[in-house]
Design a binder for this molecule. Sequence first.
Ligand SMILES: Nc1nc2c(ncn2[C@@H]2O[C@H](COP(=O)(O)OP(=O)(O)OP(=O)(O)O)[C@@H](O)[C@H]2O)c(=O)[nH]1
Length: 322
Amino acid sequence: MLDEITQFKFRLRLYLSVFGVAAASFFSALQYSRGETITATISFLGGIYFILVIYLMIHKRHYLWKGRGFLFFIPITILNIIYLQPSFGIYWAYVGVVSFFLVMELKEASLGALAFISAVFYLAYPHYPDYVLYRIYGTILLVGLFTFSFSYLIERLHERINQIATHDSLTNTLNRYTFNTSIEKALNEFNRYQTPATLLLLDLDHFKKINDIHGHQTGDYVLKKVSDLLLDRLRSSDQVFRYGGEEFAILLSQTKLDIAVQLTEELRTMVESHDFKIGKSVTFSGGLSEVQEGDWVTSWLKRCDQALYQAKEDGRNKIVKN
Ligand SMILES: Nc1nc2c(ncn2[C@@H]2O[C@H](COP(=O)(O)OP(=O)(O)OP(=O)(O)O)[C@@H](O)[C@H]2O)c(=O)[nH]1
């Protein structure tokens, strides 16, 4: 769902850029034949810009300047048309307002559209009687307001779906789906740039007893609190995942094994010394392993699993590296 929305946005911007090339070529030729050399040159440069946008989108999956280059061509061309031919040029103002929200990010699109609307109002002012002018102003403002509202709603929904798709609803840590993609990415970065990374698998000790003695709600509270402690302590570049029921995974990017061991010891004592108000301390066991030459996701995970198993075997509340 999430990928579909992102891909739809990407494709829409690609098709609009193709349309931009066609429109720019047509208008450039037309304007040139009419002797409007300056306008023809702007349209021509617009066409080149859109070709560049399309090229980078197809070959690099990159959206040039986040669509900002659009500002220099479409709005300026429309304003120019309104200036030269106010009686029919004004119709393009509506298209101009909407197009900001299709090609740019919401904040920049809103500011751009506001500046554009002000310029349209200024250019239209001397050419229409009051009763027509107010209708033009009113309808352009409403189109701007409605388009902004829809775009705002879509952006909020997108953020919400993103949060639901990537996070665990109880603990607010990242979920298993995100774990798979993140671990692949860490492995690729190691293979390509030798960027170190250490993975920690962490399992709460005797968690079943907490559930059995204090009830599921208290169990949930403990899981949530442990996650909060971990998230508060770690850097934003580190990623905490809920790997299973009472098992977490922490991906420490740019971190070598020895540093990771020190950090995990700190996390272990932090959780152990926290008062969960259940009459005894909560502890965890952890298995650590750094990514190595020739690793696959499975081999890296297997080493962590073995280390975690060893930590449990050694009496729990322990950290083992592998
Ligand atoms: N409250 C709560 N409990 C959960 C959740 N997910 C898993 N559990 C419980 O976690 C417990 C895990 O039990 P075990 O796998 O035996 O592990 P343990 O009791 O921690 O024992 P060791 O790992 O060997 O130290 C089970 O009772 C699960 O029901 C959850 O989301 N909320």
